[in-house]
Ligand binder design. Structure first.
Ligand SMILES: *Cc1c(COP(=O)(O)O)cnc(C)c1O
Length: 386
């Protein structure tokens, strides 16, 4: 189905932050599969984890005990204070969908079957299943109705507006700490903290969709960790498998234990191949030196983008984001700008608000960021002259 406006570019191999076409052209990959390839392409430890596991066991049903699930679940729980239960799935939409089910089930299991509504935010993106479309911005849901009910959209990051929407039908609040798809829009840290207080006062749940912002992307394991605002439940995917399809729900014991045997499932979720790769990803990313690298390189990249903002005030409008989840808001046509970057051999991805998103591999070097800045500078120069 023609669901993507695809570029004609085709890559045959990748190494670190670089992608190569059949004719040998090298592109610097600041899309990283849309914040997926956190360790770049063909990372030796991920290749080893996958190929070693492939010789032993690919898939068994969740009817049986899968040792790798315990290993990865333990690492995930160690990476987030609130997390005590993990469910494995295959994608971001599945992780968010399971998050929504868990939020409702938590209340239902206590006999509070009225608490079914989830407060979500304008501009949100949570995936492409019918329920995650209902939770996200309405444009993507057009033509797919009827969408599931129970989602109440709030003005983005307005704590008074959230408070006014809570009633005795509210199950919880779901949001991306940084909206990716909508243009790298950060929820203020004070807002995230205020949400925790609000949820505690009303006995409702706080859920973060960290499918894009999680797994070290912002310089902490999870973006919410920049605020002192522990959630009850978090959806993960994208970076978690470093390029292998893998999603997860992290939950507190109280939320996770409401999901009794038979209440949810997945044929492929948590299979041995996925667990081997996810464990290798966590072994690299979930350590302070690696996260400090992300923070430092993100800071450098941000600062260099801000410098370009001063140089090209007629072309560039603003720099947004945190760590290596950065957005450059531009004034002209977004697709023209991305095409100009591609001609300079730099790959980027568009987002809402006329923003170019840069989500490179997290092990990117300062030299590679310099190369990217040179390419962005050259593209701005060309556009200015045209
Ligand atoms: C990408 C994304 C999703 C959907 O993930 P899929 O793996 O494409 O289903 C959900 N939420 C956020 C915040 C995302 O960035």
């Amino acid at each position: 189905m023609p669901t993507y406006r695809r570029s004609a570019l085709q890559f045959v191999r990748g190494q670190g932050a670089w992608l190569e076409t059949a004719s040998g052209d090298q592109y610097l990959d600041f899309t990283a599969g849309i914040a997926v390839n956190v360790l770049g392409h063909a990372h030796p430890k991920l290749v080893a984890a996958l190929t070693t596991q492939a010789q032993e066991l690919w898939h068994v049903s969740n009817l049986f005990t899968i040792k790798g699930q315990g290993v990865l679940a333990t690492k995930l729980c160690a990476s987030a204070d609130f997390a005590e239960r993990i469910f494995f799935c295959n994608s971001g939409a599945e992780a968010v969908e399971g998050t929504i089910k868990s939020m409702r089930k938590y209340h239902a299991a206590k006999g509070d079957t009225d608490r079914v509504n989830i407060i979500t935010f304008a501009g949100a993106f949570h995936g492409r299943t019918l329920t995650t479309l209902a939770a996200g911005k309405r444009e993507y849901g057009a033509g797919f109705g009827p969408l599931p009910e129970g989602f109440i959209t709030c003005a983005a990051f307005d704590i008074e507006a959230v408070a006014a929407l809570i009633d005795n039908h509210t199950a919880g609040i779901l949001l991306e700490p940084i909206q990716g798809e909508s243009g790298v829009r950060e929820a203020p840290l004070a807002f995230l903290m205020a949400l925790r207080g609000l949820c505690d006062r009303h006995n409702i749940l706080l859920a973060f969709d960290e499918v894009q912002s999680g797994i070290g992307r912002t310089g902490k394991m999870y973006a919410y960790q920049w605020a002192d605002s522990e959630p009850d439940i978090v959806a993960l995917a994208k970076g978690l498998g470093g390029g292998f399809p893998l999603g997860a729900i992290m939950a507190s014991a109280a939320v996770g234990d409401a999901m009794q045997a038979g209440s949810h499932g997945s044929t492929f979720g948590g299979n041995p191949l996925a667990m081997a790769v996810g464990t290798a990803v966590l072994d690299e990313v979930a350590n302070p030196a690696f996260l400090l690298h992300v923070e430092k390189q993100g800071g450098y990249f941000h600062q260099q983008l801000a410098r370009l903002l001063d140089t090209y005030p007629d072309i560039l409008l603003a720099v947004r984001g945190r760590g290596l989840m950065l957005g450059l808001q531009i004034k002209g046509d977004l697709q023209d700008f991305i095409a100009a970057l591609t001609r300079e051999k730099l790959l980027s991805v568009g987002a809402g608000d006329n923003v170019v998103r840069f989500v490179p591999p997290l092990n990117i070097t300062q030299d590679e960021i310099r190369t990217a800045i040179t390419a962005i500078d050259a593209a701005c120069q060309t556009l200015q002259n045209s």
